[in-house]
Design a protein around this ligand. Structure first.
Ligand SMILES: Cc1cc2nc3c(=O)[nH]c(=O)nc-3n(C[C@H](O)[C@H](O)[C@H](O)COP(=O)(O)OP(=O)(O)OC[C@H]3O[C@@H](n4cnc5c(N)ncnc54)[C@H](O)[C@@H]3O)c2cc1C
Length: 299
């Protein structure tokens, strides 16, 4: 199918993108980054914007840097650049692993980190990993720049804290130290490769003891959520398979099963069960990295 007619604008800078958004605020305007979610919805008629603002060639929004305690990834950086970055694997393993599992090579060559976060598909691999990684989204609008913690960013299905006159310019993730390990695992849909459920885990270790853990799941609820019963149960526990198994069993205890995602691939009950199993797998995969904390970048 062909999309409805729309006006196309290509922004050369962040300021130009924001001023174009302001100029077209009276109609339905979409940002075009990698186009891997927007274009399918436009072609299927689910979305018919009046104007499309292409940010894919805004150079200042692209690139990866590791500075002090922070890993910064520009919004238009594609997944392949992240998955191929040894720096991101070393400093933000959970995030790198999630990105390396998105779609196939073609999708990873086009899709962008900012587009994925801004789109906030409940199934998105990046949202759970980003939440587990305690990330921050940097957004910019006519009044300047502001930072939104991942905990406050995802508000619901396809809903985020980004205002209509703002764009996501970059994401920041705290650089993990020697005593922090992370992993992301997913049960992929055999049809689409999207996760039926995905779980990210970032664990702080002191010797043989788990100091703290941040664990988050995507495609369980209408947006990525922390699995706090497991996080609480693990604090101060020995880093053993037994304590991980016990903590993972209660992963979804404070979530309302009635509100869990339900689709042709999985019922809420099955999703809750998957969340427990994949929480255990994510934690064990992270803890396995205590011995070899620097996984190689994806092929
Ligand atoms: C075949 C296929 C398989 C896929 N498999 C997976 C998968 O396994 N896991 C997964 O997580 N995803 C998957 N995806 C989705 C893919 O990751 C998309 O790239 C992603 O959801 C959106 O990123 P994008 O850069 O393509 O954004 P676009 O499609 O360009 O934009 C998506 C939305 O975000 C908004 N937007 C984009 N950038 C910004 C910005 N900087 N600031 C504010 N708003 C912005 C746009 O206005 C639009 O509404 C798949 C897609 C396809 C086509």
């Amino acid at each position: 199918m062909f999309p409805e007619e729309f006006d196309y604008y290509r922004a050369g800078s962040i300021d130009e993108a924001i001023s174009l958004l302001g100029e077209h605020s009276d109609g339905d305007t979409e940002i075009l980054a990698g186009g891997h979610s927007l274009l399918p919805t436009m072609k299927s008629g689910l979305s018919s914007p009046d104007s499309v603002i292409d940010i894919s060639r805004v150079d200042e929004m692209s690139g990866i840097s590791v500075d002090g305690d922070t890993v910064t990834i520009g919004a238009t950086t594609n997944y392949a650049a992240v998955a191929d970055s040894d720096e991101v694997w070393e400093s933000a393993t959970c995030l790198a692993e999630a990105v390396s599992k998105i779609g196939d090579k073609q999708v990873r060559n086009r899709g962008t980190v900012g587009g994925n976060i801004a789109h906030a598909d409940p199934a998105s691999d990046l949202t759970g990993a980003f939440l587990a990684s305690n990330g921050t989204v940097v957004v910019q609008g006519p009044d300047g720049e502001r930072r939104v913690a991942a905990d406050d960013f995802f508000l619901g299905m396809y809903a985020t804290a980004v205002e209509p006159d703002e764009i996501v310019t970059k994401i920041e993730v705290p650089k993990t130290g020697e005593d922090t390990v992370g992993a992301y695992v997913k049960k992929p849909s055999p049809a689409s490769g999207y996760p039926i459920v995905g779980v990210g885990a970032v664990v702080d270790i002191d010797g043989d003891t788990i100091q703290s853990a941040r664990i988050a799941a995507n495609n369980l609820m209408d947006h990525a959520v922390r699995l706090t019963p497991t996080e609480d149960a693990l604090a101060g526990e020995p880093a053993t398979e037994e304590s991980v198994a016990a903590a993972a069993e209660i992963a979804t205890d404070d979530l309302d099963e009635m509100m869990m995602m339900e689709d042709i691939e999985a019922s809420p009950e099955f999703r809750a069960q998957l969340a427990n199993v994949f929480t255990e797998r994510a934690l064990n995969a992270a803890l396995d990295r205590v011995e070899s904390p620097t996984p190689a970048a994806a092929d």
